[in-house]
Design a protein around this ligand. Structure first.
Ligand SMILES: C[S@@+](CC[C@H](N)C(=O)[O-])C[C@H]1O[C@@H](n2cnc3c(N)ncnc32)[C@H](O)[C@@H]1O
Length: 328
């Protein structure tokens, strides 16, 4: 999304670019070093507009990148289903969902009046012919928590899921150890109530990272409108390579890969070195560069945590699995 398309629909007008940058810096601090005061920005139309100008622009492209990892059949199944954008803020993921999946029913659940005002202005400005509601119930919807479950306790997340009784639930949340700890508790609750994990876990059994100091998170490359890129650079907020926690649950079971790349270890001259979650067991994989075409080597080198894999075992080499990539 272009910055100008967003700024035209803000509820606060920034007299100069420097005022917008100052407000973005204030919010960025609240998301990182001042988390105790995280709720403050939600009452302030100036900060809500700054959130919208910057984070909406960088969060909207996330959905398309994430969808590349999701099972094809699942993507087909959700086309046309109602979207319940939970903790919608300015409607970030409703806008992204509408762009990717087309028209449908949209409910934006949000507590903050300033965010709702902002969301309404942005939605009506972009999709005047498409209804969007802030209240109401739908049947067979998809719930999407976008950077919002991290601001709720586990009980609240579960209560929302019970209230809307969706067919699918997608979490796109910060890629932090703190959120992962919460995500593990939500995951356990959902599996106990019969939900299937479609992403990222190969199985529903216990997460192998629960017993480690590591946390399961993913990375995506995001490219932005040049104006957003310019602002990010001036403010030294790198939004090109983004860590996140993505988890997808469904009432329906779909075929999914048995192996998921969970950590990229620095490559050697001869090999790519990865930690892989293989049927919910963490294993060290090695992919040799020898014999690879240059273009393939480059593509393999660009793979990020979160990518589904299909491999063939070559041999076990001192505790590591030397594998060949299939269908790559
Ligand atoms: C960081 S913003 C994310 C907004 C948007 N989903 C996005 O990704 O850009 C988090 C939003 O969650 C909302 N929120 C937090 N707790 C909530 C709750 N219990 N019910 C509804 N909304 C909530 C906040 O008001 C805020 O607008």
């Amino acid at each position: 999304m272009k910055l100008a398309e967003i700024t035209a629909h803000l509820i606060h007008t920034f007299p100069h670019e420097s005022d917008l940058m100052k407000a973005i810096e204030e919010i960025s601090r609240k998301f990182t070093t001042e988390r105790a005061k995280i709720g403050d920005y939600l009452k302030d139309e100036r900060l809500v507009s700054a959130y919208t100008a910057f984070y909406l622009a960088t969060n909207v492209p996330k959905l398309a990148s994430i969808m590349k990892w999701m099972p094809h059949e699942w993507k087909e199944s959700v086309k046309g289903k109602p979207l319940i954008d939970l903790g919608a803020g300015p409607g970030t993921f409703s806008l992204a969902w509408r762009e990717l999946f087309g028209p449908g029913e949209f409910i934006q659940v949000e507590n903050s009046e300033a965010m709702k005002k902002q969301a309404r202005k942005l939605w009506d400005g972009n999709f005047p012919a498409q209804e969007m509601k802030h209240t109401g119930l739908v049947t067979d919807g998809v719930i999407l928590f976008g950077h919002s479950a991290n601001e709720m306790d586990v009980e609240t997340v579960i209560q929302y899921i019970e209230r809307y009784s969706p067919t699918d639930i997608l979490f796109i949340e910060p890629g932090t150890p703190e959120f992962f700890a919460k995500m593990l508790d939500i995951r356990s609750e959902l599996i106990r109530s019969g939900w299937h994990v479609l992403y990222p876990c190969p199985k529903e059994s216990e997460c192998p990272m629960r017993k480690t100091s590591d946390w399961c998170h993913q990375f995506i490359h995001v490219s932005h409108d040049p104006e957003v890129e310019r602002l990010s650079q001036i403010m030294r907020l790198d939004r090109k390579l983004l860590p996140l926690t993505v988890q997808l649950f469904s009432r329906t079971e779909y075929q999914k890969p048995a192996e998921r790349l969970v950590r990229v270890i620095p490559e050697t001259k001869f090999s790519f070195e990865w930690e892989v979650c293989h049927n919910n067991k963490l294993e060290d994989y090695q992919v040799m560069k020898r014999g690879m075409e240059k273009a393939t080597e480059k593509r393999v080198g660009n793979l990020l945590s979160g990518t589904p894999l299909e491999t063939e075992l070559d041999k076990d080499v001192s505790g590591k699995k030397r594998v060949k990539l299939k269908n790559f």
